[in-house]
Design a protein. Structure first.
Length: 145
């Protein structure tokens, strides 16, 4: 029975990864570099424990001296949604895709959060628990000088 449950969890995780990849396809994170989003899956080092900065630092393989901050998912995407230029036709045309990505992350992942790590080259994740002992989400790089 456990094998079947594990297989179902793996199938759910694979389906979630596919949905995230489709939602993030062609989107970039606005910064000095405008890097694309990529889907990530990582082992959850402590299933059930709060997704705090220490756990995420360990899961993401970040050095102890790298600054890590947690943010609501909507806040990390605000530059593309609520704070996007209302007069920028292109930004407004693609805004619904960023809103859909935020909604997907917020509803499909348990304990979803935004993570920023670094100073000038800021690795950025929208990540949460996707089942089968995995952390799942999207990652990008923001260049902020």
């Amino acid at each position: 029975m456990r094998h079947d449950d594990g297989a179902r969890d793996d199938d759910r995780t694979a389906a979630l990864v596919a949905r995230l990849a489709a939602a993030a396809a062609g989107l970039t994170y606005a910064s000095e570099g405008d890097h694309p989003f990529a889907v990530v899956t990582l082992p959850d080092p402590a299933p059930g424990a709060p997704l705090d900065a220490a756990l995420l630092r360990r899961a993401l393989g970040l050095a102890p001296d790298v600054p890590v901050t947690l943010h609501p998912v909507d806040e990390l995407l605000a530059r593309h949604t609520t704070r996007s230029d209302p007069h920028d036709v292109r930004a407004q045309a693609i805004r619904p895709r960023y809103e859909a990505l935020a909604a997907l992350v917020g509803t499909a992942l348990r304990d979803a959060t935004g993570v920023r790590a670094g100073r000038t080259q800021v690795r950025t994740w929208l990540i949460g628990r996707g089942g089968a002992g995995a952390l799942v989400g999207v990652e990008t790089l923001a260049i902020e000088t």
